[in-house]
Design a binder for this molecule. Sequence first.
Ligand code: NAD
Length: 498
Amino acid sequence: MSATMTALTPCPMFLDGKWIQPNIASTPVFNPSTGEVIAECPAGGAAEVNAAVESAHAAFPAWRDTPPMERARVFFKYRQLVEANFDRLCKCVSREHGKTLVEARGSIFRGLENIEYACGIPSLLMGDTLEIARGVDCETMNQPLGVCVGITPFNFPAMVPLWMFPVALACGNTFILKPSEKVPLTANILVELLHEAGLPKGVLNLVHGGRECVDTLLRHPKVKAISFVGSTPIAKYIYETGTQHGKRVQANGGAKNYIVIMPDADMPKTVEALSTAAFGCAGERCMAGSTALTVGAAADKLLPSLVEAARNIRVGPTDRVAQPDMGPVITAAHRDKVTSLVSSGEKEGAKVICDGRGVKIADAPKGFYVGATIVDHVVDGMNIAKEEVFGPVLNVMRMDDLNMAIELANRSNYGNGAAIFTQNGNAAREFKQRVKAGMVGINVGVPATMAMFPFTGWDESFYGDLHIQGREGVQFFTQQKVVSTRWFGGNVGDVWRK
Ligand code: NAD
């Protein structure tokens, strides 16, 4: 066994309350900062999925019948444990994903807020009641569905799983988490801590794997609901296959998010916000501001300082004490996809005014790096204008006026986020009314919603009816029962007088 092999981090599954390391095929997990293999993720299949579903199915009646206050108490404890293990979680996210520690902290905070939201489940589950006729009362009850599933992407190893299982479990469901095989290690810590908080055996199971694992979950007759986050083609596939098999599905997909910059925008603040939106988390965010639509004179006012800011972004390994401003992208293949999209734009006539291709990091030569890149004069129809790049690349498209910018943004197949930078209330109002996107920012570059609001992607950024997070998240994981009650005979007044 080589020295690298001995350093591998174990990556077991959690089935029916026990950590299990199945002797099956696996896929490598990389530290993108160094390019080293740090773990082997088991490629679970029907055997592991069936064991997980049976366990979750058996645990459901007792967990469903546990009063909401008691379920919430587990999440109060979980919150404390996640906070106590914050640094460990940050390091794990940083090591397997490549986020800087600052970015990892931010993402885990967003996840923690979802645990806090789940702590409020007693109020969130309360129904309505009304006397609907003389002596007849009607009430709504919100009851859990049964075995639910979460399938998550690589780009937020803690936050996205935490969008799903805390609220699903707090509602009284049992759950199977299938994290991305590229970042399975953070999910293991999240599951470990929830059991330390007192979650009963079988209520949360963790399976690892890829397509075979997902396909078994999608078709399993005992699975009631599937929450998915990932790329658009897979989101569509999950939605179609899951619903064909009778499951409730919410499936978040990819995105292309437009940021309109009006000539009257506060340019220093816009430069700051735009470089965070485009290059934060190395652009691997579904809410990354990946296209700047500069209106009229805005381009000349914005671009010199934006290029300077992008050139000053220090790229480097995130697994060291000295932290860079930006880390690597997830794999070598992804790095090559990002750089080849930039080159395709160049070939089609766009101009690369800040070039992060071919960036070399002396003390991490095998890491998967792309520097901050700005591609100017991108026009509609170019490949780089259509495809989700998912890397630290900002397209600049020059617009004559606000109307042209809104029309261009609205031609996108996606509909996740959009933002405008302006000091003019009328322009902002026009934009927020007309733009075709579910999450809109006004002088906010990344208008991603927090735990109490739904994550409202539109069009090919979302398949389903009820979004993740907020009250819609609670509705997704519950079904309503309406009870009408009438009691015959007796005179309550007389009984009370006796
Ligand atoms: P992905 O679609 O490749 O993978 C997501 C999940 O699906 C993983 O768990 C993976 O194992 C599984 N999967 C992959 N291929 C599959 C297949 N053929 N059949 C069944 N399952 C399969 O996505 P990714 O590359 O991990 O994540 C990046 C994408 O996620 C980007 O497109 C990004 O925009 C999107 N994303 C969207 C949101 C949102 O809320 N809209 C949030 C985060 C990320």
